[in-house]
Write a protein that binds this ligand. Sequence first.
Ligand code: UD1
Length: 420
Amino acid sequence: MEKIVVKCINELKGEVNISSAKNAVLPIIAATILCPQNITIENTPMLEDVRVICRLLGELNCDVNISQFDDKLEINTKNIVPIDADIELIRKMRASFLIMGPMLARFGYCKLSMPGGCNIGSRPIDLHLKGFKLLGADVTSDHGFVEVKAKKLTGNRIYLDFPSVGATENIMMASVFANGTTIIENAAEEPEIWDLANFLNSMGANIKGAGFGKITIEGVDKLKGVSYTPIYDRIEAGTFMVAAAITNSKIKINGFNEEHLRPLIEKLKECGVKFGNYENNSVIVDGKVEKRPLDIKTLPYPGFPTDMQPQMMSLLSVVNGVSVITETVFENRFMHVAELQRMGANIKIDGRTAVVEGTLKLTGCEVKATDLRAGAAMILSGLIAEGETIIGDIYHIDRGYVNIEEKFSKLGAEIYRVKM
Ligand code: UD1
């Protein structure tokens, strides 16, 4: 079993290059199902989640070529067959369910095993299915499978009770060839939604308003192959911003979009962190400052991202004063609290709210990455905890961070992987 060891360091120095966004690339890979021509995805982050969705396409008889050397992914889905997809692969990664929308659009049929819950909550798919039904599909679910069938999909007005990222993406992909106009209201506004629409439009789709609450999709007949570069990973960039803050360091981050990170940057500024020298998608983050406690409430974009909540909790656990963090997006996203408490953090949970009383020091010990971003939080706390922090269950971290030890080592951290 592999673990990551992190040692306490004085300071980080230098610059870090951010990869493309996992949450943009996964739906884009699913969307290749909509087009039977060659598609190239440049700057692909070669992550475990990306390999899983590529394996899934492979199971469905697609040609998938991963070039490690230049981070290029070439996909051709011409020979795809709508067989029932491997249950394990769907269970392994919830985002695999994103192939349902494009399969329905291309074949009028798809049957997948119901995605399981995960550590951070039950994560239902009712909104995805509501959208498919309103487009005219028959939806049935039994024996742990969901089946969708339609002769021809027809555009409709679809209101989402909650602006779900996955449901917005799945419905947007399902409606690309639908007759007439589809309107998704209360759609998710995350930058990754805009990126998916941009990718689909570059292939010939007709989607307007993505990135805002109302998305309009006019059905088209077919799409053509393209080469596409996804947006930067705002959560990876955000994680390194918090790394600068927690270690009282000044580092340069290359590969970020200020607008996408506004909710986090504003909170970090409120905490005292300084940002300067914005140029060519880079920024200098200065964490060598007196820090103040914060109140944070996670919300759908453009609110504060739930995917940055654990990392911010690591930071606030060592900021003098009392901070309050409220998690409104997922019902069970405080699994990392017990791990931070093991390191000496002073945190109390009441329902969806965590009260964090800053302590002077954390101490290294054995902890677990209870989910992907919780794993990142453990690394951040490990950078300043006295002694050595040994992180287990790091497969969660590998799902979403490219070469994380190399990137931190380049900044001067003592971090390495061991087999135990
Ligand atoms: C995506 C991201 C994930 C991020 C999350 C919220 C990807 C691959 N993953 O996940 O990193 O944490 O957005 O920003 O992009 N919900 C329903 N019914 C549904 C669907 C969702 O009730 O049909 C609820 C969920 O239980 C959850 C909330 O909506 O409470 C947000 O989920 P959603 O936006 O769908 O997240 P994901 O797309 O799964």
